[in-house]
Design a binder for this molecule. Sequence first.
Ligand code: UD2
Length: 301
Amino acid sequence: MVLTVLTALTNCLCFSLKYSQPSIVKGRTDVVAVTPWLAPIVWEGTFNPVLLDSIYKPKKISIAVTVFAVGKYIMFLKNFLETAEQHFFVGFNVHVYVFTDRPKEVPEVKMADGRQLTVRLVPSSKRWQEISARRMELIQKLIDEQLRKNSDYIFCLDVDSKFHDRWGTESLGGLVAVIHPGYYLDNRSKFPYERRSASKAYVADGEGDFYYCGGAFGGILEEVYLLASTCRFNFEEDAKNGIEAAWQEESHLNRYMWINKPSKVLSPEYLWQDFKARNPEVKTIRFSGVIKNYADIRPNV
Ligand code: UD2
């Protein structure tokens, strides 16, 4: 009994914290903070970061991050890594896996204790669609070969992006998806899902919950493993039939999340786009895609 109580106390530091009393009748009223399947939708003002960190800190969790920087996209890596040091799971164990064909150009970025970077070599490609889509296969392999030994959670992020504000323990969950900033005010008939029924990424009219980003997703290893292996399988099945989904792996991810509902949904604060003006409900931007000239950086148009 004494042992049980002691274990419970060391599992959370929150008993020693003073924080405002939570309410179930007062909170944000301008946004929806829960999906119809009861997954939280994370917005600024819906969580207490200090409380959450105090719950996760004693668990000594480890977070893996994958980021692909193939060809000219290597130019985005420095900013991504430097801003991750300032905002992404600060104070936690983070292991960044950089996939690149240009290992010599990986910048030196000073990382805090408990944080490290590993470079994994990948072949170059003449088609950006292939680079983007092959990420699922390489994420699946990384989990198989490496991560089960040393990580609890994984986030898979686009490199042409940077952090501006906290992205931390509030984002942890089984299967985590980010709502795309471009479509969250639209009717689902406008979502750019794959609409050809011959594709394994097909989402029919009148179906789908949200439009999610291909540029950020994550969760516990086994959930992301299932997502990555399913999307990879479906992508390859499509290829055998001469089909490439409208938005490559993003289309397959959207189909997957429709069938397998995410257990946590991150609001567009977690992947905004720098060219877009901020909407009033977006109180902070945590991570955003930088403005880029596709013609300059992609290997093909
Ligand atoms: C969207 C998605 C992206 C992906 C793509 C469809 C967001 C913010 N972005 O962005 O994740 O789903 O649509 O395929 O949701 N890359 C390289 N080298 C290249 C090309 C791509 O390393 O030559 C990597 C890099 O990590 C990049 C990612 O692939 O961040 C996605 O490519 P993108 O940013 O060009 O795709 P984009 O802007 O169409």
